[in-house]
Design a binder for this molecule. Structure first.
Ligand code: IPE
Ligand code: MG
Length: 254
């Protein structure tokens, strides 16, 4: 089963994928269902995460090839710390490995890596590899790959409110200067475009504390496939459906 959305693809779907006008600038993905994919195969959950990395690689590569401005991936939520420690250790190991092993490929594809989320709780050796990858890819001009690690949207908004409150306390700004732009500028995603298209795998119809502020007008697309099964053709399908959506942003016509 490929999608739970009833919409039809346009007649000539392949054209719409490459249609710049209708292509999303920023795609965000909630990569869900690694554990269930593994359980279905009677494998340990960590095997699902290992296979999930292959989906990440495919998706990143395809977004770079399609010249998507930004791809944001939800890798670890601030709520995921509730998981068993061996699963968290394995996720940290995968993250460290990804940062080391993908570096050359990311450079080759001109991808710039950025990270959003709180650094606390991430082992130093993993942080070091993350920082190295951010640093080395910082001047690349291709797709921005933004990894949400130990990320939670409510925490992000709380951090932004604290920063703004401190500036008010110090007399730098007044309360009536708080507007949407100031708030956006104090989020971890400051300077990034809002997601146009939000994809979720494994069929769950929820946002799970991901980019709450930024997805106000994102188009949503949910597939029943588990994340390790997600392929280029699923990305294309999501983009094709996105291209048929009439985005009105509260107005009457797009
Ligand atoms: C999503 O897979 C990946 C991460 C959150 C790291 P899950 O681990 O949430 O898989 P399910 O939802 O238990 O199947
Ligand atoms: Mg899940």
């Amino acid at each position: 089963m490929s999608t739970s959305t009833p919409e039809r693809s346009p007649a000539n779907a392949s054209d719409s994928v490459t249609d710049r006008q209708r292509a999303p600038r920023h795609i965000a993905i909630i990569m869900d269902g690694n554990g269930r994919w593994a359980q279905q195969r009677e494998l340990p959950r960590i095997e699902g995460h290992r296979n999930g990395v292959s989906s990440v690689r495919r998706t990143v590569e395809e977004c770079a090839r399609l010249d998507i401005e930004q791809l944001t991936l939800f890798c670890l939520s601030s709520e995921n710390w509730k998981r068993p420690s061996h699963e968290l250790d394995f996720l940290m190991h995968l993250l460290e490995q990804y940062m080391i092993e993908e570096r050359a490929l990311l450079m080759e594809q001109g991808i710039r890596v950025q990270v959003i989320g709180r650094r606390e709780g991430i082992p130093v050796r993993v942080l070091n590899e993350i920082n190295k990858t951010i640093e080395i890819t910082s001047t690349n001009k291709g797709t921005t790959l933004c990894l949400a690690i130990n990320y939670g949207a409510r925490g992000e908004i709380s951090d932004a409110v604290q920063q703004i409150a401190r500036r008010i306390e110090q007399g730098e700004i007044s309360a009536d200067q708080i507007d949407e732009k100031l708030i956006a500028d104090n989020l971890y995603t400051s300077g990034m475009p809002d997601p146009d298209l939000l994809i979720r795998t494994s069929g769950e119809m929820r946002i799970s504390n991901f980019l709450l502020w930024q997805i106000s007008y994102a188009e949503l697309w949910v597939t029943e496939k588990y994340w390790p099964e997600f392929e280029e053709s699923d990305l294309h399908q999501a983009m094709e459906i996105y291209a048929t959506r009439n985005r009105r942003f509260g107005g009457l016509t797009s």
